[in-house]
Design a binder for this molecule. Structure first.
Ligand SMILES: C[S@@+](CC[C@H](N)C(=O)[O-])C[C@H]1O[C@@H](n2cnc3c(N)ncnc32)[C@H](O)[C@@H]1O
Length: 309
């Protein structure tokens, strides 16, 4: 082998191991940071904190694949200061999310891929306080921004769907992300909404973004499964016994993203880890992983599951 080529490979190996040291360093666990290694030798780190702030500490170009589902606009109150999802305007929500995604862009490798799961929200404009939602103790809203009159400042008529996923995707596209596929996640057997004057919703968006025109992608699993390639029919996750209300996405959704979008031995990130689905599925599939969540209870739950692997 020519020396220059050999030197370059060695340099690359050193660079990768330095990045790994930075992501999975052997510092003692603290109240905001936990590290571990699975029985199969896969490393994991869970950080408790704001995803934008924590991401700022991670090295450039260190992650192969991101799979994440941020809080949807005004759907749940996760009960934490600094949470995303309860902004007063659509613009503030889109800005907050695209700021996190700007940091995600920096930490993603040039050949990396991001899968972003987002659902939409209706604007009711009814103007009345919801008080406590009977459906969930986690939904402790006063008067939600999406119920206030005034069209949310963007002229929305009452009863309009806001178009949140596409507003976020368009903003991200204007900031360097390449939107490669707006995959539809058809939520098989989901509970029908109790609405009589429009079709009940049964899908969410799963946007596949790349950072560069050339990136890792393995189409074979989609061909082998004989499934629709950009419409994935996967059952929603039944309520778990964990008691955590994180709106978790199904293991199969994460697994499919990783099968097609993450190279063997890759490192997987979820900046909105919730109950830890992405990290758990990633380690089970043989990847190392980094997860971030604002809620310490959710982080500890993820850590306890990762320690069993
Ligand atoms: C839809 S849930 C993620 C569910 C996850 N995919 C699962 O399977 O459990 C969104 C998560 O984002 C977290 N979150 C909200 N704002 C955040 C922020 N600014 N930084 C980090 N995490 C945040 C919430 O605590 C919640 O766990």
């Amino acid at each position: 082998m020519a020396d220059i080529k050999k030197d370059n490979i060695l340099k690359k190996d050193v660079e990768i191991s330095t990045l790994n040291d930075q992501l999975f360093h052997e510092t003692p666990n603290t109240e905001t940071e936990w590290h571990g290694t699975s029985s199969t030798g896969k490393q994991w780190t869970v950080y408790c904190g704001s995803s934008e702030e924590v991401l700022k500490k991670l090295p450039d170009s260190s992650i192969h694949c991101i799979v994440t589902s941020p809080p949807y606009f005004w759907l749940r109150d996760y009960g934490m200061n600094g949470q995303i999802g309860l902004e007063e305007s659509v613009k503030d929500y889109v800005d907050a999310l695209s700021n996190v995604m700007a940091e995600a862009y920096r930490v993603l490798r040039k050949d990396g891929v991001l899968f972003l799961n987002l659902g939409d929200t209706y604007y009711s404009g009814k103007g009345k306080s919801h008080g406590t939602d009977r459906k969930s103790g986690k939904r402790r809203f006063g008067l939600r921004a999406v119920d206030k009159s005034g069209g949310l400042g963007i002229g929305l008529q009452r009863k309009s769907i806001i178009g949140i996923p596409w507003r976020v995707a368009i903003e991200m596209s204007s900031k360097g992300w390449i939107l490669r596929s707006p995959i539809i996640w058809h939520r098989e057997n989901c509970l029908p909404e109790s609405v009589a004057d429009r079709p009940s919703r049964s899908y969410e968006n799963l946007f596949m973004f790349a950072k560069d025109r050339k990136y890792f992608f393995n189409k074979q699993p989609l061909i082998d499964k004989k499934v629709e390639e950009d419409m994935w029919t996967i059952a929603s996750r039944p309520k778990t016994r964990s008691g955590l209300d994180t709106a978790p996405f199904p293991d199969e959704l994460v697994a499919r993203c990783l099968e097609i979008g993450c190279p063997p031995e890759g490192i997987v990130l979820d900046p909105f880890l919730g109950s830890g689905t992405t990290a758990r599925v990633a380690v089970t599939m043989g990847y190392s992983t980094v997860g971030i969540d604002l809620n310490p209870e959710f982080c500890l739950y993820s850590v306890s599951n990762l320690r069993k692997l």
